[in-house]
Design a protein around this ligand. Sequence first.
Ligand SMILES: Cc1ncc(COP(=O)(O)O)c(C=O)c1O
Length: 510
Amino acid sequence: MSWGSGVLAAACHPGCCSHAPVTLENGPTVNRSSLPAPEHAPEVGLAAFPNPLEVDPALEAFLAGASDLLCRWWAGSAQRSPLPALSVLPEVAPGRDGLSPQALLDDLQLVMDGAYNPCHPGAVAHLDPPPLTASVVADLIVAGLNNNLLAEELAPSLTRLERCLTAWLAERFGFGVGSGGVAASGGTLSNLMALVVARHTAGLQDRRDALVFCSVDAHVSIAKALAVMGLPPTALQAVPVDHEGRLDVDALAQGLAAARRSGQPVLAVVATAGTTVRGAVDPIAAIAELCRLQGCWLHVDGAIGAVYALVPDHAGRVPDLHLADSLTVNPQKLLGITKTSSLLLLRQPQRLAACFGTGLPYMEPSWAEAHGGECGLQGTRPAEILKLWLGLRQLGERGIAAVVDGAVARRHQLQQLLQPLDLELRGGPLHLLAFTPCGLDAVEAQAWSIRCRQSLLDQRLMLSRPLYGGRHHLKAVLGNPHTTSIELQTIAEQVSVSLQALQKPLLPLL
Ligand SMILES: Cc1ncc(COP(=O)(O)O)c(C=O)c1O
């Protein structure tokens, strides 16, 4: 496998020593022992399990030590690169005896040193923003509670929280009273579950000739879902997009008509609200009308764009989400809820249990309609809903609006800076912008993308390098609230320099 430029050199040291000198990011070599030691970690006396009788000072100190590590890691983010150049792993196998709290923290630090650094202002490559602080805390509490959203008796309050919050969000997206959904570990899983429910609802479980229509720019998780569902690759009907990257409705209408003529059932149409490379939003109202006429399920993959609908000033960027039968939302993307955080919302959430319910003979009956573990593919489930709830409560309506406003403003600014350059810009209404030089063929565009990405990484600016329409692009995802005009201007300058280099004849190889 080729990793392209900006390779992350990874090393797993057999018996790797936590005091070995390590090279941090693209910068200098640092002797590990020179890093400030966490202040709170005790050397001994940490019980393996929490004490059910009294507060354990050693545990409190261990938690404080870990919190200290994390706060320092965040606080040093701007001094490191978004992408560390070298990652040294501590020993992976447990030793004969357990480690002391301090040794555990030292090992943790090593792994943290090699981690991707989303808080760096130049981290604009992917849909992975800095974490929302309250959701980090909620993640810790989730781990500490160790409840299981499989069944109500294993997570009573958290089950109710999940039902109430998914219902509130579904109503907020316009699905109406009685709507709701379930949390899932990632958008891939939400999309898969949506298509499984669509197939079940249509009674097409036995039809290997059933089709799913989506645009050529839809996320790869749709193809993955069909493979998991046992459908052949031909089940995926990829519809062309227009010059703005939106699904071509006429082509969809023709495809649906052809399916009707050939007697092939349509399992679902998937519209995307925010495509992965350029953030395009498919024309959902027109697609919904075709689905209504054909009598087929409309799933909207709003993993990227749906959260815009929570902000009145920006809801127009993703119109008509309420016309879907099911909707994927990924608060882990723009809103920074810690991973994983995805939801599958439905106008009729009871369809989830109708599809996935098997009965849980080893559990007390559900107090409501169905246990959480019967509303989707996952059995044991972490209480991911807690960090979504706490994160949304931390932001409030104004904070959510500020996150979206900032992302849109950064994208506009970068677009203005790049507009005068000899580039093909590919965007949509959201916070993503991809671009490639005009007039290059596929090989030239690939070479340019590798060189330009590396020159940006040398400045600690990380963009991604998607292949789109047969040519490599660079892509900026502008959801990082720490990114300022300075980073955006430097990106534009570096790209401009890379274009000037294209004009110069290449030196002959010696
Ligand atoms: C449009 C879209 N849908 C679905 C997904 C899959 O989400 P996840 O990575 O959480 O599985 C992505 C991921 O980037 C995406 O861009």
